[in-house]
Design a protein around this ligand. Structure first.
Ligand code: GDP
Ligand code: MN
Length: 383
């Protein structure tokens, strides 16, 4: 689960990390009022689960009420990489001289968390890692001991952070690690951590991803998840139905069982020139009701033009899945979008025979199914 920037900043601020004064707003007047109250210049920032918002037009710096109104008008309601913007964070702009990156993530290769620090903050850290890996200092942490203060100081020193702010940056890094551990974080980062003229250190952005399976231990974070899902109908439904679901920006709806199978389907859609609208894993035991719920999800995404089912029968048999698909589709007077099905695994042949071909297109191979779906999506799109 990923927190919104404003939520992550709340968690960071509670732990003592300096963040700029800010207010959340969801309509234009609210943005102007908040900006007037905070005092100019302010940054107006889209609250959606994507990075690179600045480049995509989701962050604007404004100098007065009129500009705040214009920024609110253009950002609220915009489509940012497939996400609808319902809320913005109105935030005191920071006058910075330097931007750092600090973060904690899991190094799966080493099987240990790793703290990372770089003076090349403010840009995508994956790009820095690729182009200039030496610009990132890394320090592995033994989780049974936690992060020693000297490890934080070492990472900050190795990265070449200005001595005047090294102590503050080290203490923020240590706090981030403690949060990563106590909140069951997976990635926790500040990019950029801004340094001002008079050597103040401020978290201008905040990312916090936490382990979904540990959420029950953190009622405060669970509440934040509900609050965040409240804005997006599809994410709320995914929560309610208990699906692994990620909304993407294309128009080909994808339903599968098992994360690997769904990922493969996504890649194939891309291969055949289509664009995936979502990742949706219905999980094991895909009985009729879950199939119906999955269809409800993709059909309620207005961007979806066609849907492909990629189901591998295991414990859930192909005939059960086929009955589920028939049952779910029979409930419609008119099926809103073309559906293509490919079944494999246990009882796939029985399943194929059961599928009602008045309602769905059946394909024998995954390649054919995906290719056909991409064609349908193009046709629907052209109408
Ligand atoms: P992201 O692009 O989605 O990661 O959003 P960030 O919050 O990291 O903002 C991207 C960039 O916008 C930063 O690196 C800054 O250059 C700029 N920016 C964001 N907030 C402020 C601010 O308060 N003051 C100034 N001057 N620039 C800001
Ligand atoms: Mn950022």
């Amino acid at each position: 689960m990923r927190l919104h920037e404003y939520q992550a900043k709340e968690v960071f601020a509670d732990a003592g990390i300096p963040t700029p004064a800010s207010q959340l707003a969801s309509d234009v007047d609210g943005v102007v009022d908040a900006a007037d109250e905070i005092g100019y210049p302010v940054a107006v920032k889209a609250q959606v689960h994507v990075g690179g918002r600045g480049k995509a037009g989701g962050i604007k710096l404004v100098e007065n009420s009129e500009e705040a109104r214009e920024a609110a008008d253009s950002i609220l309601g915009m489509d940012l990489k497939g996400y609808h913007v319902d809320q913005v964070l109105v935030e005191e702009a920071v006058d910075f001289t330097n931007e750092l990156y600090v973060g904690i993530t899991m190094d799966r290769g080493e099987g240990k968390p790793v703290a990372m620090v770089s003076t090349k903050g403010g840009v995508n850290i994956e790009e820095v890692a690729e182009e200039d890996p030496d610009a990132i200092a890394r320090e592995h942490i033994d989780p049974s001991f936690g992060m020693h203060p000297y490890q934080a100081r070492k990472a900050v020193y190795d990265a070449g952070v200005d001595r005047a702010v090294a102590r503050d940056v080290s203490s923020i890094l240590k706090t981030l690690y403690d949060l990563w551990e106590s909140k069951d974080g997976s990635d926790v980062e500040i990019n950029p951590l801004m340094i001002t003229d008079d050597d103040e250190v401020i978290a201008a952005d905040a990312v916090m991803n936490v382990d979904e399976d540990a959420l029950f231990r953190h009622p405060d974070l669970e509440e934040m998840e509900e609050e965040a899902a409240g804005g997006d109908e599809l994410e709320r439904k995914a929560d309610e139905y208990d699906f692994d679901y990620v909304r993407l920006s294309g128009n080909v709806g994808i339903i599968g069982n098992g994360a690997g199978l769904v990922m493969t389907t996504l890649d194939l859609v891309d291969h055949y020139g289509g664009e995936p609208a979502n990742f949706l894993d219905v999980g094991g035991g895909a009985k009729a009701e879950r199939i119906a719920n999955a269809l409800d999800m993709v059909f309620s995404d207005e961007n979806v033009d066609a849907v492909v089912f990629n189901i591998f029968g295991g414990i859930t048999r192909g005939d059960e899945v086929a009955r589920g698909i028939n049952e779910a589709l029979e409930a419609f007077d008119e099926i809103p979008k073309p559906v293509v099905v490919r079944l494999a695994g246990t009882n796939w042949e029985e399943g194929m025979e059961i599928l009602n071909e008045d309602l769905v297109t059946v394909e024998q191979t995954l390649e054919d199914a995906v290719e056909r779906t991409v064609e349908y999506a193009e046709e629907v799109n052209e109408q």
